[in-house]
Design a binder for this molecule. Structure first.
Ligand code: DGL
Length: 354
């Protein structure tokens, strides 16, 4: 009798072990590429939620501090850079993009998470959305408070990012951003405030939410991205030089004239209202266009989208409009698009489609 009981317990134990082993083996593999930012930041005390040093904590320490990640995926980290994201350059974007592109080609990689400063997170997320040819989930994540602060948001943001990157239902939705329980489109999202954890918004709303490791989807992107994109990081060695100038009351053409002579391929004008241009600035932009530089009208207004031929005759001036992209995202699209075309009609098509 005892022998039978012993065999039964042993058999059950083996069954539990086998189940655990198969569950472990079934867990997706997610690679975390760390670039810096507040999510890797550190403050002098727990009360320093807004005054701290960004880009201090290495990726291995970030992962060691969050063992719960192992509940949803096998994770490993790579330190791609360790900088505050306001200092990102086109070279940082290309280096990160090429690493993402190489990793998603690996059959043993199921998803990618990029930890990033929040200041330019929206630009990097949009860039990857345009140039990485994959269906696998890529999730960009940051935090508004360093991990040393009271009510730090980085740990849950990172857990959510890994959980979404490990999810089959996150495939094919373009590059995503998980912040503050929301799953945002990397194309649509932007940072809208500098001192709250609910900092990232899209005027078209989040794609969904992630709660306790479960994804709740409410919409999907309609603009071209990743596999449907005509752009490919593997075919890029440099991005086109593009600068941004803003419109405002009493603006002079001084800054615009200087930028227009700096060897750029396109100038983004962040105009007022519907991307409108002060009458004294129109000739300055026409001079820029006459030198073969593309002029792209965006708006300093957070929401809405710029219409062609509103207060300025874009058809007559051969200018492009940035649709609903803010100036910093318009710069990203122009910098990518102009690696393939310098034609204004083609550029306008691209701004409508991406
Ligand atoms: N220096 C800013 C950056 O790296 C900190 C903001 C943040 O990461 O939340 O973007």
């Amino acid at each position: 009798m005892k022998l039978k009981l012993g065999k039964l317990v042993a058999g059950m134990g083996l069954a539990v072990l086998a189940t655990f082993a198969s569950a472990q083996a079934a867990k997706p593999n997610v690679v975390i590429l760390a670039t810096g930012g507040t999510i890797a930041g550190a403050g002098a005390s727990a009360l320093n939620s807004a005054t701290y040093a960004a880009a201090k904590v290495p990726v291995d320490k970030l992962l060691a501090g969050l063992p719960e990640l192992g509940n949803v995926a096998h994770v490993r980290g790579e330190q791609v850079s360790q900088i505050a994201s306001e200092s990102f350059t086109n070279d940082n974007l290309l280096k990160l993009g090429k690493r993402v592109s190489a990793l998603v080609k690996q059959p043993d990689v199921d998803g990618i998470v990029v930890t990033h400063g929040t200041d330019t997170l929206e630009e990097t997320a949009y860039f990857l959305n345009l140039v990485i040819r994959t269906n696998k989930p890529i999730v960009v994540v940051g935090s508004m408070r360093p991990g040393t602060a009271l009510s730090a948001d980085g740990a849950l943001n990172l857990f959510d990012a890994v959980s979404v990157a490990a999810s089959k239902d996150a495939a094919g939705k373009g590059v995503l951003v998980t912040m503050n329980d929301e799953i945002q489109s990397g194309r649509d999202v932007s940072k809208t405030i500098n001192i709250k954890t609910e900092a990232f918004k899209s005027q078209w709303g989040p794609l969904g939410m992630v709660v306790e490791g479960n994804n709740y989807w409410f919409r999907a992107p309609v603009k071209r991205h990743t596999l449907q994109s005509e752009f490919n990081i593997d075919e890029m060695d440099a991005l086109a030089p593009v600068e941004v100038v803003y419109g405002y009351g009493n603006v002079s053409r001084t800054a615009l004239d200087a930028v227009g002579k700096s060897g750029i391929k396109a100038l983004i004008h962040g105009g007022t209202g519907n991307g409108s241009v002060a009458d004294r600035i129109v000739p300055a932009l026409q001079d820029v266009r006459a030198r073969g530089i593309q002029v792209i009208r965006s708006s300093r207004v957070a929401d809405g989208f710029v219409l062609r031929n509103a207060e300025q005759p874009d058809d007559k001036y051969d200018w492009v409009v940035a649709h609903d992209l803010n100036p910093q995202k318009a710069r990203i699209l122009a910098a990518v698009a102009m690696t393939k075309t310098l034609d204004s009609k083609e550029l306008q098509r691209i701004f409508w489609q991406y």
